[in-house]
Design a protein. Sequence first.
Length: 729
Amino acid sequence: MIPTKKLSIGLITATVIAACGSGNSPVPTPQDQQAETVQKSTMKNDLLQEWTGPYGGVPAFDEMKLEDLQPAMETAMASHLQEVLMISANPAPPTFENTVLAMQKSGEELDRVFTYYGIWSSNMSSPEFREIQQRLAPKISEYSSKISQNKELFERVKSVYENSLKNPLSPQKQRAVQLMYEDFAMEGADLNEADKARYAEINKELSRLYTRFSNNVLAEEENYVVYLEEDELSGLPESYVKAAAKAAADRGEEGKYAVLNTRSSMDPFLTYSDERELRKQVWKNYYSRGDNDDEYDNKEIIEEILKLRDERVELLGYDNYAQWRLQNRMAKTPERAMELMEAVWPAALARVEEEVADMQALAKAEGKDIVIAPWDYRYYAEKVRQQKYDLESDEVKQYLQLNKLTEALLYTADRIFNYKFTPVPEGTVPVYHEDVKVWEVTDKDSGKHIGLWYLDPYARKGKRSGAWASQYRSHTEMDEKEETVLASNNSNFIKPAPGEPVLISWDDATTFFHEFGHALHFFASEVKYPILNSGVRDYTEFQSQLLERWLSTDEVINRFLVHHETGEPIPQELVAKIKKASTFNQGFATTEFLASALMDMKLHTTDPEEIDMDTFEKETLDELNMPSQIVMRHRTPHFGHVFSGEGYATGYYGYLWADVLTSDAAEAFREAPGGFYDKTVAEKLVKYLFAPRNAMDPAEAYRLFRGRDATIDALMRDRGFPVPSENQQ
Ligand SMILES: [Zn+2]
């Protein structure tokens, strides 16, 4: 989805949506190639206007008209290209100011339009919008390559970069030049004309294949529905049965119950259904997506993608795709990413053996003569969980009220970031829906205005699923003019009847903290140039993952986790159970994740001529000693992170990389005298790990915070795995 990712060269900064792996990202389908019906209006287009009003100007969300979108996008892209042309054709010798800074200041109008585009795409989509989105997609890609392939512009950036190596600029300028230069170079700006033409051809072909790949997965999700009869519901929770009845009715199968071929339908079914044969069927449908040897099969498409990616990076002089992709990640090389994964893998496998033994014993005690199969894992794990931890998720929910958790977020921001959140007076800041609430964020001591926080908590038609954070304007300080942050958090809680509390699960509460972590990362920015706000794939989830840890601190528990009827804080025994259960089933979770992450890396470090997708996955897993009871979290033929686009290609390991940092940083707090509210550690956290964004090499920033590099010990402890360094003692 275009506006959810930063376009090349750090141009579009206002619409970066943090990718959190939750929720389905809508994929534009290109079949609609109908004639354009753009109104060439000369009237004032609201989407192009400067943001006016309080707080440094705010988006006119109350003036959004869909018919303005396409003309606004086209106008804004055209005028940005005009600005870029002025910069690249400048007869004056290239300098930081007339090239890098000028580029950073350009495209403001387009930034604004993209904010509205992002709202339509994520918060209030419609068939009409998706038509416009499909018409715009090729135009946006053309616009983007006109900049990334601008030879004169690249020569100027290169010249500024090379001069800076001889005569260093200030640190932030230096970093901005370096990132801009690398973005261009990585996208082939330095190639000769023939190679450049081939490069562009490959990209076009790849984008066609990515769309085919994701459309095939979508088709496979829609084409396999398992309909249950009344007597096949044993074990399923009432809420699941209700949703399944509705899903069946929606598909014209009134009176039956539909198990859809999606993760949110499959996962609970495999966890609760007592019907083993049906579990096998549902499991098989889900994990065969894209691998049914029919018109929707993705195996050949994957082979083509891998070959094209390999050819493209060869033009740039790299051995393989992973080497090219990881050069500006924190891991830097595929070898270092592999090293981390291989360090964790054996412990995960050993834990799987224990988990399977527990489940096998339980099945036997129930008189079932079975060997645990992949479609049994979730089912028996749940039984073991209930037996070992006696933890009822419904009991926990009674203490997790959405409004109290919102207060808990603001409390954490106050204690760690010294931020004060004040609701803005109703009607002073425009919103696109009445459910969206807005707070002003200020520094608690100085009262300095930092930004606005928009919260859009409830599910509704046209809103994408899952939870995410985005920003409408990022912090910058160009020409001494300071731009303040406009950030938002978005969730899909069910809106309650008036006066009723919204009770949510522990997982959802964790996600709520996670997304708020992204927002705090936006607010904390102290960078001068937009490009320094860009994310580093294996680093940018770390800050938000770390923030999750404050949910289970005593301060938050005692103040905000109170029973919705009695107001009593959550009992200590229940908290102890939650904490104890956190290492449960980590063998399964780590193994299914790592198998996908390892496969991602092996696919992109092996010569694609040697990859036959009929055998590669199986052979690779055999070599890894993959347990027979577990399947990859995302099997290759439907691994959308890696093959619906390039966002996570050779980047799936990034979740684990960020987890290592998270566990290690959390230990820094745990070891401190003030624990998670220790003033000194909190100050260091904000100063080194949040405020610099990408203005500093992440590895260096982490060393400044911790006094050393992160090690995997804390992660192993958090997952209940043996710690390698302790074993050697
Ligand atoms: Zn995230």
